[in-house]
Ligand binder design. Structure first.
Ligand SMILES: NC(=O)c1ccc[n+]([C@@H]2O[C@H](COP(=O)([O-])OP(=O)(O)OC[C@H]3O[C@@H](n4cnc5c(N)ncnc54)[C@H](OP(=O)(O)O)[C@@H]3O)[C@@H](O)[C@H]2O)c1
Length: 334
């Protein structure tokens, strides 16, 4: 597997960003695209020089010249699109949030394990070199015992009610699209919380416009997290321990620098290595997928499936508390 052969499923915004990064990687080959429509597949293929354009998902899933499919549909279609590929024996990198709810997430993980096929949530934050450095510092006790995580992700935009961010049928709302990042950061550092509290302001369509969360862990650590679709918040994170803290400035989910404050020491600024590329590059997650495939690993240690399931449980718990339920969903908690 000198060059890993990729397929991209869907032709929207993030599919294009990911494809642009992929075609610049010497050990990756973008060989196919799949779309709900043939013209969209052809247009995307022409744009990125992709040899095969499939006008339906099943043809992409059945394409034996593809090693791994990157699923970039709205969240509501992740379960069906990724499931189709896994059933065809295709490895899958699936955009965040992994699915609408933990029930769907368990189904995908079950399929991957049944077919012994690679599956990973595209939680690129976990593959970011500086985030990995922060995780290592925290695990090594650089700031003592972890006490608190603060993180927010709020944006503004003129989103029509039919936009995927506002449409319940497409898994709309701030939590699944944006809140997944602060929640995932807290999970990365502390694991799964034992208590979840949340409050939200809902839109007329019934998705969350703004959600505040307080998560608590057995040892007493807490995370105070926020996300919003109609407020451009600082998008920062701070991680506080008994002997110091780490501050990650704007864009904490793909940082290019952070500051380590240790009691009794001068602050230390840590900046990204320019060789790691631009901060918005998706190449680190793509590289991790290819490393796993070459090593014959069906799961990434950087983005383990049990961790993804735990994040989905927390997102479900938040939605249950604030009263966001997507069409056709049963109550999400037992
Ligand atoms: N990692 C990141 O930084 C990042 C950034 C943005 C978004 N995302 C995630 O990526 C996913 C897609 O977001 P996006 O911003 O790219 O959305 P988008 O621009 O709306 O594109 C989604 C694409 O999916 C297909 N699609 C649209 N509606 C669909 C439906 N109802 N069922 C099935 N397929 C549909 C369309 O492609 P075809 O017409 O070709 O079928 C569309 O172009 C979301 O889950 C989002 O959370 C991740």
């Amino acid at each position: 597997m000198d060059r890993v052969r990729w397929g991209v499923l869907a032709t929207g915004g993030i599919a294009a960003s990911f494809a642009a990064d992929l075609v610049a990687m010497p050990d990756a080959e973008l060989v196919a695209v799949g779309s709900r429509s043939e013209p969209a597949a052809r247009e995307f293929a022409e744009r990125f020089g992709i040899p095969r354009a499939h006008g339906d998902w099943a043809s992409l899933a059945a394409d034996d010249g593809v090693d791994v499919v990157y699923v970039a549909t709205p969240h509501s279609a992740h379960r069906s699109a990724a499931g189709l590929c896994l059933e065809a024996g295709r490895a899958v990198l699936c955009e965040k949030p992994f699915t609408l709810n933990v029930r769907e997430a368990k189904e995908l993980v079950g399929l991957a394990r049944e077919h012994d096929t690679f599956l990973m949530e595209a939680m690129w934050t976990y593959c970011n070199p500086l985030v990995r450095r922060i995780k290592q510092l925290v695990d090594d006790g650089a700031i003592g015992t972890l006490r608190a995580v603060h993180a927010d992700f709020g944006i503004t935009g003129d989103f029509a009610p039919t936009h995927r961010l506002r449409d319940p049928a497409q898994g709309g709302g701030a939590l699944l699209d944006l809140g997944v990042y602060p929640v995932s950061l807290a999970h990365l550092l502390l694991g799964e919380p034992s208590q979840v509290m949340a409050s939200a302001v809902l839109s007329d369509e019934g998705v969350d416009l703004r959600t505040g969360m307080v998560l608590t862990w057995e040892g007493g650590a807490q995370a105070v997290l926020h996300c919003a679709l109609d407020a451009a918040t600082p998008v920062q994170a701070s991680i506080t321990g008994s002997r110091g803290r780490i501050e990650i400035p704007h864009g904490f989910f793909h940082p290019e620098r952070f500051v380590l404050y240790r009691h009794g020491h001068d602050p230390e600024e840590v900046v990204a290595d320019p060789a790691d590329g631009p901060r918005s590059s998706y190449r680190h997650e793509a590289a991790e997928v290819m490393r796993c495939l070459r090593a014959g690993e069906t799961e990434s240690p950087l983005v383990p499936l049990d961790g993804t399931l735990a994040v989905m449980r927390t997102l479900d718990a938040v939605r249950e508390r604030v009263g966001v339920r997507y069409p056709g969903e049963q109550p999400v908690l037992p």
